[in-house]
Write a protein that binds this ligand. Structure first.
Ligand code: GN1
Ligand code: MG
Length: 357
């Protein structure tokens, strides 16, 4: 939905004398709403309404984003990067009359986004972009950032939440997932592997992105080289493995998250290109536990997403935006199928990783 009249009231709060001339919806995430607005026929700005039901501490989200974008700007001043445009009174966000929280970013010209990984070249570029993001932030103190959604990527806790949603069955849908429960039970033995390594201090805490999909990379429209990483809402302290895993999860699938499970295939050429790009940029920064769990992390986070979609389905879809009733169930089954395929391909994937380490 386009809040044209609301956008018109927001523009002059970010651009002096700004008068909205046009607005369009920019890429569709499942959580926030994003618009490209043009003011006075010339000045472009990206306005975004933050979903405060998901980001319950938006001031901490904004402070994380400010720190990270300022760091990127100071260490790579020449690079085309995302930065916050403060409101005219210097705030990093403003509230509309309904309590909606809005912030503005610069609009990067001549860039294009991709919803799907259409080629190995794009996969390589995306891998490199997220690998660089990790290394560019490696000299920042992770403890200076807030954990804005506690345990956002923590698969054992997502499993607990799923178990609870199943036993509560508030939407009366538990019967419709009985066929999926055996498969879920068979995955329980490995859900805690990364969290145990984190607790033991074997996996370092780094500054991580936490939503590493291709649509969160901007590409140069002409050269198709990656320009920068966007969607910094979930930038937090964490393990890089969930980032690498989520990049694989969202890229190797031959179909979208909502497609029927029977259509899911794992594209190994895309996997190889991701690994090449990511490890070229970040390989030398990783410790041995991180290197050893790269392939595992893809399977783990894919299972985590299956659990998150199923939990939302069982709770009556309060979290993820859906376009039809069973979409979260379909997404979950798509992800469960991908976990199976990733398991079948584990040996080959390990061989590929070793080639680029
Ligand atoms: C959500 O809103 P979007 O599409 O950027 C979710 C991610 C999921 C993704 C699944 C804050 O991201 O964790 O991987 O949907 N973000 C949040 O499509 O929950
Ligand atoms: Mg996101």
């Amino acid at each position: 939905m386009l809040h044209q009249s609301l956008l018109a009231t927001l523009v002059p709060q970010f651009i002096e004398g700004g008068i909205l001339t046009s607005a369009e919806v920019l890429h569709g995430g499942l959580i926030n709403a994003t618009y490209l607005v043009v003011s006075n026929g010339a000045d472009k700005l990206v306005l975004q309404r933050v979903n405060t039901a998901v980001f319950t501490k938006p001031e901490l989200v904004m402070s994380n984003i400010l720190r990270v974008t300022s760091h990127l700007k100071s260490t790579s001043p020449e690079a085309r990067n995302l930065h916050l445009t403060p409101s005219l009174d210097g705030a990093s966000f403003i509230l509309d009359g309904d309590g909606g929280l809005w912030r503005a970013f610069n609009y990067l010209e001549d860039c294009a986004g991709h919803e799907q990984v259409e080629s190995t070249e794009l996969a390589y570029e995306a891998g490199k972009a997220f690998g660089q993001f990790l290394t560019q932030l490696s000299d920042m103190d992770a403890s200076g950032l807030s954990e804005t959604i506690p345990n956002f990527h923590n698969t054992p806790m997502r499993l607990e939440a799923f178990d609870e949603a199943l036993s509560q069955d508030v939407a009366g849908r538990a019967h419709s997932i009985s066929a999926d429960l055996d498969l879920i039970a068979s995955y329980r033995s490995w859900v805690s592997v990364l969290e145990e390594l984190r607790a033991a201090g074997v996996l370092p805490t780094r500054i991580t992105h936490n939503d590493t999909k291709i649509s969160n990379v901007l590409f140069d429209a002409k050269t198709q080289k990656a320009v920068c990483v966007i969607d910094l809402d979930t930038v937090m302290p964490g393990t890089m493995l969930y980032d690498f895993g989520d990049l694989v999860r969202t890229s190797v699938n031959s179909v979208s998250e909502s497609a029927p499970a029977e259509e899911v295939k794992c594209r190994m050429d895309i996997f190889e290109a991701l690994v090449k790009g990511y490890l070229e940029a970040a390989g030398s920064a990783l410790n041995s536990a991180e290197k050893q769990h790269l392939v595992f992390s893809a399977k783990l986070i894919t299972f985590e997403l299956a659990l998150r979609f199923l939990t939302d389905y069982l709770q009556g879809d309060p979290y993820f935006r859906i376009s039809h009733e069973k979409e979260n169930l379909e997404r979950a089954r798509n992800q469960l199928r991908l976990v199976q395929i990733l398991e079948e391909n584990e040996t080959e994937m390990e061989q590929i990783v070793v080639r680029y380490l």
